[in-house]
Design a protein around this ligand. Structure first.
Ligand SMILES: Nc1ncnc2c1ncn2[C@@H]1O[C@H](COP(=O)(O)O)[C@@H](OP(=O)(O)O)[C@H]1O
Ligand SMILES: [Mg+2]
Length: 254
């Protein structure tokens, strides 16, 4: 692997981790889905940790699959550069044969902001990256589509869809849902009720680089590398839709 810069490194690592996950699916099979999920999470985490230790030895890493002690390591809060990774986002969908809505997330946080990121969608054969952000589709007035969790859709989102004139599209994985906004399968993603920094850091980095709207659902900036990695809600949309979605969410929470 030749390492050009942080954007290229994020893309290369996410893509390679994704190819390894496709091989794990082939090797382990789908008959014992718990075993497949565990092997996918573990092997992808080990690959990303070993690669980052070798290629960026001075940087810190925050990974979903790290131990609690590793995640709470106070050195991360003093570090200038922290890689925030989700080795397998949409673990449930990864373990279901035929599903392509799962992802590998690799983001770099540097001195207070997301500096680079990549989302690999291995079963879709593509990686979205900050080095070459996707060109956003344009939005014509009319009904639009909001991606929601297949298994944990926020309670208010059905009402929100009614209010703003949208249809809900259940998709697994935060990375796959945010990618769906950037590639034109849906126009927005709304989540609330629980999530962590690794679920959104890389896809939000790519969304912002592409010119999409990405924020907390109250409109404030999503901030990363906090002591508590919980980041329970997120809104990503085409820029034209952000104001009406934020207004709708505000009305429903009044
Ligand atoms: N209420 C909640 N609490 C904690 N994590 C949540 C959550 N809802 C979704 N997530 C996490 O966000 C990711 C996308 O979820 P979903 O597919 O339901 O939209 C999943 O990551 P992992 O697959 O990495 O665990 C899932 O665990
Ligand atoms: Mg995740």
């Amino acid at each position: 692997m030749t390492i050009r810069d942080d954007h290229a490194l994020a893309a290369d690592l996410a893509t390679e981790a994704g190819e390894r996950l496709l091989r794990v699916r082939e090797r382990v099979g789908f008959s014992d889905s718990a075993a497949l999920r565990a092997e996918g999470d573990r092997s992808s985490h080990v690959y990303l940790m070993e690669s980052l230790a070798r290629l960026r030895p001075s940087d810190s890493v925050l990974s979903e699959e790290a131990t609690r002690e590793e995640r709470l390591d106070p050195r991360r809060l003093k570090a200038e550069r922290v890689w925030i990774v989700d080795p397998l986002d949409g673990t449930r969908e990864f373990s279901e044969e035929g599903r392509a809505d799962w992802a590998v997330h690799v983001a770099l946080w540097e001195r207070g902001r997301l500096a680079a990121g990549a989302v690999a969608l291995p079963a879709q054969g593509r990686t979205l990256t900050t080095s070459e952000p996707p060109e956003l589709p344009s939005f014509d007035k009319g009904r639009f589509r909001i991606a929601v969790s297949r298994t944990r859709p926020p309670e208010f989102v059905q009402k929100l869809a009614y209010l703003v004139g949208a249809d809900l599209v259940p998709i697994g994985s935060a990375g796959a849902k945010i990618s769906a906004v950037l590639t034109g399968e849906v126009e927005a993603y709304v989540h609330a009720g629980g999530q962590y920094e690794w679920d959104s850091a890389a896809p939000v980095a790519v969304a912002l680089a592409a010119g999409a709207h990405a924020s907390r659902i109250d409109g404030s900036e999503a901030t990363y590398n906090q002591a508590d990695p919980s980041l329970p809600d997120i809104l990503v949309s085409l820029p034209e839709l952000a104001a009406s979605l934020l207004a709708g969410i505000r009305d429903l929470h009044r």
